[in-house]
Design a protein around this ligand. Sequence first.
Ligand code: GLU
Ligand code: MG
Length: 636
Amino acid sequence: MGLLSQGSPLNWEETKKYADHIRKHGIIQFLNIYNKLKERQKDVLKWGDEVEYMLLELDDKDEKVRLILNSKEVLETLQDQGEKINPNHPTLWRPEYGSYMIEGTPGQPYGGTMSEFNTVEGNMGKRRREASSVLNQNETLCTITSFPRLGCPGFTKPEHRPTPVEKGVSKSLFFPDEAINRHPRFSTLTRNIRHRRGEKVVINVPIFKDKCTPSPFVEEFPEDDGEAARAALPDHIYMDAMGFGMGNCCLQVTFQACSIDEARYLYDQLATFCPIVMALSAAAPFYRGFVSDTDCRWGVISASVDDRTVEERGLKPLKNNKYRIFKSRYDSIDSYLSSCSEKYNDIDLTIDEEINKQLLDAGIDKLLAQHIAHLFIRDPLSVFEEKIHLDDENESDHFENLQSTNWQTMRFKPPPPNSDIGWRVEFRPMEVQLTDFENAAYVVFVVLLTRVILSYKLDFLIPLSKVKTTTQFYSFIKCSDPIIAGLSLEKLCSGGHVLLPKGHLQRCVKQKNGLETDGANEEYTLMSIDTIINGKEGVFQGLIPILNCYLENMEVDVDTRCTILNYLKLIKKRASGELMTMAKWMREFVAQHPQYKQDSILTDKINYDLFKKCDRIAKGEEQCPELIGIPVNRFK
Ligand code: GLU
Ligand code: MG
């Protein structure tokens, strides 16, 4: 989730005093990096994935599943057995927000050769086995995006009560502070977001209205001092802590480009795919023990770290704050970065004018300057007393402070000072999948997409305002069916406002083949995900056919080709609806559970049975053809 410094964290009042200092030096640090490395050209294509995991205990006696709060110990053991004794160890482990979460990456980045696609799933398998091996009996590690009963009484082991009244960082009615990672960065972020905002964060997710769900659905919160009653909307699942969002797991991919220009180009192109791939990876239908009417975690995390004040949110005229800010820090991107994308930048950008000018004066071009000046409208949230005065030539913590708390769909990452790392971009919207096979498939799909974009010089850009991620998802995943399982991907996506330039791609591919351009004008058309991924005669070729065409022209060994084709098949079938998304599959599981009363409530027993099944599938002990098909497991 970002940089971890050791030391004494400052509270919000103290942090505020240093905000300008941190921004000022953050910009100097950025400029130093930029000036040193802007010409750097020869970096090779490298990439890596990040998988976030939850640690849990399956209690067969009570038939209950609980999150276990020992990620610190688990992490230490994994690091002691791995990277600390062997610099070439194949896995790396890092902390994440929840004290029940860990994050795993491959030990070394992958390179540019095709055969490496054949090692991704194997490495994910190693991670799963390695982490499982340090857990106790009955404990397991799970790649589930959102824990369905997060915030329900007794959801952790050991059990802790939330502390809404006494001192605490979340003051949540539901989410105890002990479920937050013990590193001070995480509790500091939590407390300072709440203090900066002036109240607890407010998350309202529409509830799925089933046959027996009370209507209106209104909850009472016995320990509430009035804040929850004011914030909770009828017919919504109300949540009040950062943990409900940042305590979710995702799947990310980071690419190193060969130059800053290539990184900027990839950033823009991949940005248009964020909503599409997010919908394809949908895996988070349940919150705080209820069935919701959304399938993805994004809006929940976005609200869970929304530190904007009432003024910044536009609810009161600006008086104490400088800007009206339109989005949470965790949201979709607001501007493209490449000069050829400029005409598609149609979102009003709030920027720090002074910083923008400073960057322009220092020779940074308009698009990059405004990008940074936009990120820097935010305040730092977590500052350590020992880390205030830094060596701007050789450190970049102040830049990273703001950069790493702008949690957007894409991240453009300058190289760290004094490293041999190049300019990178991170693709961040995907939800994590249940099995290593699926996670490898999504990762390989996205990496192949970048290869195709770069080799064919494809252009998928559309006006950025049409690339809709958060609220749109929530408005279009509406389901009035009385059947809980009614959310088909097709339905989910048909209103998905995913737009691609009509004719644009045909034009590019034709050019590549030496044919004349057809001069098609650039229009955008609403397409279903099926059309985007699989293509439709006369509308769009489809990404999978384009990737297949690329693969046919590449030298790939038979085994790797077979692996890749298996992955693409999964993506293809998910898009067409032939296979379910994880979200839909979980909904069906609950709908068919004998204990489910069609009241949108997910009991401990249902949750336990769901995890029992998930665990068996993830370990390869049981197949799940409706979710995954029948892939040949080649990486055992
Ligand atoms: N867990 C967060 C998510 O689900 C991401 C945290 C990170 O940036 O690593 O999106
Ligand atoms: Mg992470």
